[in-house]
Every structure is written in C-alpha cells, then in structure tokens.
Design a protein around this ligand. Structure first.
Ligand code: FNR
Length: 182
C-alpha cells in the first residue's frame, strides 16, 4: 500500500473497545492504506538511564513509527486523561533527545469510552503532548465515541450508531495524510 499507518491503541486489555474501534475503522479506508498495529504491552517502563541503550521492544516501536507515513491514536480515557501505557510508549519513541520517531507524522486522534464525554478530555491531553512532539493532528471532525449498543456489529464492523460518522472521520483523515505526504 502507498500509505502505511502506525496504529497506536492506548489500551492493552484483551477486549478493549479501542482495539475494536481500530479494527472497525481500518475497514473503512481506501485500498492504498495499510496498517501496522504497534505493540506497547511489552515495553519497559521508560527510564532515561536507558536512552543510550534502548531495549529491543523500544527499537521495534521506533522502527515501526519511522516506517509509517501516518499515525492513528485510539485512546481510552483514564481519570480524565489518556492512559499511562500510552504515555510510556510516546515517551520511549521520543528519545534519545533529538531522535524522536514522531516528528512530522500526520496523525488522527480518536477514542471510545464508557463515559458520556467519550474520551474528550483524554484526547485534549493527548493533543497537547503531540503538539509538543511536532505531530500535526487532524483538527476536525473530532470523534468522541461512547461505548453503547449499536456501536459495533457482531462481526466487529462499525454499527449503525457510528458507521456514517466514522466513515466521514476516516475520509477527513485520509485527506489529512495526503496533504502531508503527497
Ligand atoms: C476508566 N474509565 C473512564 N471512562 C471515561 O469515560 N472517563 C474516565 O475518566 C474514565 N476513567 C477510568 C479510569 C480507569 C483507571 C479505568 C480502568 C477506566 C472507563 C473506561 O472508559 C473503560 O474502562 C473503557 O472500556 C476503557 O477502554 P478500553 O480498554 O475498552 O479500550
């Protein structure tokens, strides 16, 4: 595919709604987009002492980000922010200083949670971090999805509750990536 997108899901639990949302969204992309779901559950806790000797999983993460033309962040909301496991991954791939893998990669931020505001505050915190890392994030439309009946079909595809909205979001993200990558 012409555009390989690194998918970063901020939940490592087996039945994660955000993992499901990522899979449902991927089905709505045009054929010239492919996806690499980056693994974050085996990363060590970030420790600056290791900057000169990054572990295998950290090198793998950085390699996958470097090879991608764009980024997709699917974030849960934990206590009105994004989860620590996601911050840990972001911090790892931002180092050593001057060798961040993130800079310049066009990104989309989206999320699903059980709460009524559907990860809105988590996404705002994430946008703040990504702005510092020089990651251009799609501004509109915003996508705050609440986990409830009608969100997913039995086969995992986007249900009637979100399908049209999610397709519109995907279309804008596709245009965003092409604006930056060409
Ligand atoms: C939550 N949850 C949650 N939901 C929300 O809408 N706003 C919040 O601030 C929080 N806070 C929070 C903290 C912690 C520690 C946990 C474990 C959970 C609920 C959360 O939306 C729910 O667990 C989702 O299922 C998490 O996403 P995944 O794992 O399904 O992708």
């Amino acid at each position: 595919a012409k555009y390989n997108i690194a998918v970063v899901v901020g939940s490592i639990r087996k039945d994660s709604f955000n993992k499901k949302l990522a899979k449902a969204a991927e089905k709505l992309f045009p054929a010239d987009f492919s996806f690499t779901t980056v693994r974050i559950d085996d990363l060590p806790q970030y420790n600056q002492d290791d900057d000169g000797n990054q572990s295998g999983p950290v090198k793998r993460l950085k390699g996958e980000i470097a090879a991608a033309q764009g980024l997709l962040f699917f974030t849960p909301e934990y206590n009105r922010s994004f989860p620590g496991v996601l911050k840990n991954a972001i911090d790892h791939a931002s180092r050593p200083y001057g060798q961040s893998a993130w800079a310049g990669k066009p990104a989309g931020v989206i999320g699903i949670s059980v709460g009524a505001i559907g990860t809105a505050m988590a996404q705002q915190h994430l946008r703040n971090v990504l702005a510092y890392l020089d990651v251009p994030v799609l501004g509109q439309p915003e996508a705050f999805i609440q986990a409830k009946d009608g969100v997913f079909n039995a086969d995992g595809s986007a249900g009637d509750g979100i399908k049209t909205f999610l397709q519109g979001w995907v279309n804008q993200y596709v245009a965003w990536v092409k604006t930056h990558v060409g």
